[in-house]
Design a protein around this ligand. Sequence first.
Ligand code: AGP
Length: 616
Amino acid sequence: MCGIAGYIGYRDAYPIVIKGLQRLEYRGYDSAGILLFDKDVSISKTKGKVSDLEAIMINGIFKKGSIGFGHTRWATHGVPNNVNSHPHVSNSGELVIIHNGIIENYDAIKKELIKRGYTFQSDTDTEVLVNLIEEVKKTHDCKLGKAVQIALNQVIGAYAIAVFDKAKPDEIIVAKLGSPIAIGIGKENKEFFVASDASPFIEYTKDAIYLEDEEMAIIRKNKEIKIRKIKDDSLITPQVQELKMNLEQIEKGGYDHFMLKEIHEQPNAITDTYRGRLIADQGIIRLSGVDNNLEKFTNANRIIIVACGTSWHAGLVAEYLFEDFARIPVEVEYASEFRYRNPILTEKDIVIAISQSGETADTLAAIKLAKEKGAFVYGVCNVVGSSIARESDAGSYTHAGPEIGVASTKAFTTQITVLSLMALRLANVKGTMSSSKYHMYLQELELIPQKIASLLKIDDHIKEIAKTYLLSNNCLYLGRGFNFPVALEGALKLKEISYIHAEGYPAAEMKHGPIALIDDRMPVFVIAINKGHYEKVVSNIQEIKSRKGKIIAVVTEGDTQVKEIADHVIEIPETEEAFTPLLTTIPLQLLSYHIAVMRNCNVDQPRNLAKSVTVE
Ligand code: AGP
């Protein structure tokens, strides 16, 4: 996710764009940049936050102009640095672009443009796009709007772009597919605002157009805005709506908290994470970090996963995935323990570090130790260019976008998505999974986002259950197999944001002690999907019921048996057992969220916690 903000009208563009970018920093803060046009184009950009951009513009000479746009970056292609920051300029210097999204086929387009004499300064997909638009404009001898329309019919991926042509400095072209664009309409078309959401212009106008996918807009000062279909250039009647949200609501996407917004972002986050990597109908998985190191993975003695917190839980799910799919022995270690216990490692070991922030001190120390001992280190991080990503020998990023809420949600499910792709890729290469099963899994993985989207619709039902248990002092979470780590994760979510003590346990472990805790004040959340050892989980539930425990069961849609004995049931869609963690975790995230809100806890910034634990 990145933030874009633009202005064209009669006011000074600089203060509007800069303040707009500050409001969009929740969407990304790796680097920032701005284009302004007065008598000529001036572009300033820098690694770091919007405040760093302001600092390099302090002398003021480049602040004039009543047309401009800016960008605050969440890196996906190319590490955060000055060169990779937006805006990007075409080879001729005439065209300037800012972009939020991912162009999947940028590599093929870049190779073709290089053949035609284009050169590139950055590693970004965005610089490829602006030069593709330039090449189309030249070869078709057409205006910017037409060139953008033709060029976008050649790209695959997601984009929200704003493009400027120095030769026509009274217009901005914007286009959308997969990433948001809001256009603020000033009185009598005297001014227009463009942004990733309405927060940059809410105080100037309440009239907005939200572009739909595959739509573009030609925005000119004092002229009616033109909306066109990218596919065939046909004109569309603009649908202007009156904004009702206030600034804070807009930044949270209309949700009360970033955590709830991020829970609901998971279908898109997972789609973005497998975009360009999973081509299910062709049975293809493309993970360059794995593809370029296949020998290491297929000949590895074992995989050791090091992580902390929620990322450690994702590592536990990965243990089941790698061992079941690819038959590679896996050990999962708390990074904080691994780093001090003088582990035995050889160059035949692969260490996978999982970290949303990519800055967790214990995990970073663990991989430094692993490298000293000769192991190959693979990073699964969400923040591009983070310390753990840079320290790793190779890796795959989750494309979850910034995760602001301290409680990890979309990071967990996108980590499992990357790890599932890795395990399936290796299973296919090693021949440890039949081709039919491999294809079935790819088709099913592609369906997960829509299954999560349908699951998110039962939020009211979960809120009702939360009301019943919000005063509990202790809770137990049980799961088996792939869902044992989800039981741990559900317990962590509850305790870290609602401050209720909660423990996760393998369901079969109840009789080895925890069952002594059961009474009518102990809610037990049980993951009882109709896969794996379902019947054994049912007997665990009966053991708890016979001791007056309260049962909240997560079951597969259509379950009848558990429904008979549980106090509450939450149904999830059917899927393969290996992918059930991607679904069973959703109701547990929502449950902990609602309980925490009802207990008036600070959901996004719980007491004593930090989003990234960069110290021991
Ligand atoms: C999870 O909700 C917590 N925020 C915490 O356990 C977190 O997962 C842990 O600190 C690891 O962070 P990382 O993924 O950024 O390394």
